[in-house]
Design a protein around this ligand. Structure first.
Ligand code: ATP
Length: 288
């Protein structure tokens, strides 16, 4: 049972001089329980891809399906399928609009037609999940919060829908390191505790490699790598070992990626981040 893309191509502004093909013949399958990280240069197609996975965009060619049900059919089954996928947009706080935090988080569950009692339960749980105290915050305006807190409210709104597939498009963009660690810690915890499938888009290779068990690398509308991040770190370590201690880990990782002809965002990998990511990956999984 899975979320699948079959030969998906997507072109923006078809038939105009501004036509832009953002996804090129992508086929992939994401199984329940996976934690998938997506990286790639600006404009490589990450956001377009996740908008297909959530059913928000329909492919120009090909098919997106959940458990075999096309997300774009105009049927009840397709509507039900789309509800199982929750998407947190980039800068989701820009979409807050209700007068209270409670109403903002309750908006989605109310739309599902749930009884108010159930809605309240979900709001309470979602607020607890993102670390906002219900008694203190539920009746406050979301617009008086800090940027990081607004982001939490927006994420809580999607969590309250209890999606089976949770997709986050750059959830840490614009947050300070503490806010970033906090959000990621909670996402990892949700994944562990509930088995929710997580699909995480990030510019930061280290973030993704630290959390994801599967890494997709995108380049010019194609998925050019699909595999476990640990394999890349192993390659990096091997190059390090051969090259000696003078080569910083970041160079080794960049080499490993480049040897495979993959696009690399040099600025995303500081030497410290690369070294820490290797150490964490090795500690967490089998010895390497
Ligand atoms: N609404 C749109 N209309 C026209 N072209 C678009 C639109 N949205 C994206 N594109 C183009 O599609 C391509 C893929 O964009 P997309 O936003 O999916 O990339 P991305 O990898 O998510 O980039 P970023 O990391 O900057 O968010 C880019 O060339 C972009 O200019």
């Amino acid at each position: 049972m899975s979320l699948t893309l079959k030969n998906v191509t997507y072109t923006y502004m078809v038939g105009t001089p501004y036509e832009q093909t953002a996804l090129k013949d992508i086929s992939l399958e994401i199984n329940r329980g996976e934690f998938v990280g997506i990286i790639g240069h600006t404009g490589s197609g990450k956001s377009t891809l996740v908008q297909h996975l959530s059913g928000l965009l329909a492919p120009t060619r090909g098919e997106v399906a959940l458990d075999g049900v096309s997300l774009h059919a105009k049927t009840d089954a397709a509507r039900q399928a789309r509800r199982k996928v929750g998407l947190v947009f980039q800068y989701p706080e820009h979409q807050l609009f209700e007068e209270t935090i409670y109403d903002d988080i309750a908006f989605g569950p109310r739309n599902l037609g749930l009884a108010e009692e159930e809605v309240e339960q979900r709001v309470r749980r979602a607020m607890a999940f993102v670390g906002l105290n219900y008694e203190d915050y539920a009746r406050r305006s979301p617009f008086r919060l800090s940027g990081g807190q607004m982001r939490r409210v927006a994420i809580a709104g999607v969590i309250a829908l209890q999606p089976e597939f949770l997709i986050l498009d750059e959830p840490s963009a614009g947050l300070d390191p503490r806010g970033r660690d906090d959000i990621f810690g909670r996402i990892v915890e949700l994944h562990r505790a509930t088995g929710t499938t997580v699909i995480l888009v990030s510019h930061n290779m280290e973030d993704v490699a630290r959390m994801a068990s599967r890494l997709l690398v995108m380049d010019h509308g194609r998925v050019v790598l699909d595999g476990p991040p640990l394999a890349l770190f192993r390659e990096g370590r091997e190059i390090l070992r051969v090259a000696g201690v003078d080569v910083p880990p970041v160079t080794a990782l960049l080499l490993a990626l480049r040897q495979r002809g993959l696009p690399v965002d040099d600025t995303a990998l500081t030497p410290q981040a690369a070294a820490q990511a290797i150490a964490t990956a090795c500690r967490r999984r089998k010895p390497c």
